[in-house]
Design a protein around this ligand. Structure first.
Ligand code: SF4
Ligand code: MG
Length: 330
């Protein structure tokens, strides 16, 4: 598989004020991530709340510029494509179908809006195209003139998916697309996404805190911790033989079913560290049951093992992937 979307040493920091004196601090939400998304794959990205998944998603969509590093789509720097150029090729599906749909527009006009914004077709042609996409996502024509408030959560998420697909994109970045839905509806939406990928030849980036969901849909998985990718592997290999102690802990734990409701229970004893004050060395070391002496002083590099990669000193025998910004600073 060839790389379609590539992140090169991607970093995003935010200035935040902290404490009584409102001291300005730098938060590294994403810290030196290099990642390739291959044509036709479903790259799952997992990690606890606050690990930088959504920031990474917004950068991959071209909605948030990186502080350092860059992204290419089919070899072209996405900055040269602009927002509109990106929107034709990379589209989002976000978590909350309740807030992401305009309540004053009908379903057909929500789905047709991207075409309108890009000046594609006449109003009649746009409506026809919207109806065709609604059919593809399993919403019969009678839904076309309803308003979002008249739909269930699952139906709204189908509308959001239809809106993403109307531009005929190559990549769809899904950020927790099923997390706000009931469990029974979640699997319907996952199955729909998988059918659409097969029928339309789509590539997905699929972000979730829910490992079971990712195992179901992803072909490859990247595990994130405090802004970094700590393990990358084919889905089956990751779930059968995880290499990174954090991946092992995630797999052994029961994650909370809802995002945004505090720190998932990882069984690791210690809470997720403060991203404003990240630990030295391996960011996972205060919680790691397998840590060794250099873990508190040296940041482990992401090392390649065949097609997989892991960032952990226990696996230092792999082949190093040079990363210019991986100098130990967080
Ligand atoms: Fe644990 Fe050390 Fe590996 Fe980090 S580098 S995951 S602390 S063993
Ligand atoms: Mg998020």
């Amino acid at each position: 598989m060839t790389a379609l979307l590539e992140a090169h040493d991607l970093t995003r920091s935010f200035e935040v004020s902290q404490g009584m004196f409102k001291a300005r601090r730098k938060l590294h939400a994403v810290n030196g991530i290099s990642l390739d998304i291959r044509k036709g794959e479903v790259l799952g990205i997992v990690g606890e709340s606050g690990c930088g998944k959504s920031t990474l998603a917004r950068m991959l969509l071209g909605l948030l510029p990186p502080t350092e590093g860059g992204i290419t789509l089919d070899g072209t720097d996405i900055r040269s494509l602009g927002r509109k150029g990106m929107a034709r090729r990379v589209q989002p599906v976000f978590q909350d179908p309740y807030s992401s749909l305009n309540p004053r527009r009908t379903v057909a006009s929500i789905v047709a809006l991207p075409l309108e914004v890009h000046g594609i077709g006449t109003a009649a042609e746009r409506r026809k195209q919207a109806l065709g996409i609604l059919d593809k996502v399993g919403l019969p024509q009678r839904f076309a003139d309803r308003y979002p408030r008249e739909l269930s959560g699952g139906q709204r998420q189908r509308v959001a998916i239809a809106r993403a697909l109307v531009m005929n994109p190559e990549v769809v970045v899904c950020d927790e697309p099923t997390s706000a839905l009931d469990v029974s509806v979640q699997s319907q939406i996952l199955n729909l996404l998988m059918d659409l990928r097969r029928d339309l030849g789509l590539t997905y980036v699929f972000i979730s805190h829910n490992l079971a969901v990712v195992e179901h849909i992803a072909t490859r998985v990247a595990v994130m911790y405090l802004g970094r990718v700590v393990e990358l592997a084919e889905t089956e290999a990751l779930f059968r033989t995880p290499r990174h102690p954090y991946t092992k802990a995630l797999l052994a734990s029961v994650l909370t079913p809802e995002p945004g409701q505090g720190i998932p229970e990882t069984g690791l004893g210690l809470a997720f560290p403060d991203p404003l004050n990240p630990p030295s060395g391996c960011p996972f070391h205060p919680r790691c049951p397998a840590r060794i002496s250099q873990c508190s002083t040296t940041v482990p590099r992401l090392l390649q093992f065949g097609r997989d990669a892991v960032a952990c000193h226990l696996h230092d025998a792999g082949q190093s992937i040079p990363s210019p910004s991986d100098d130990g600073a967080t």
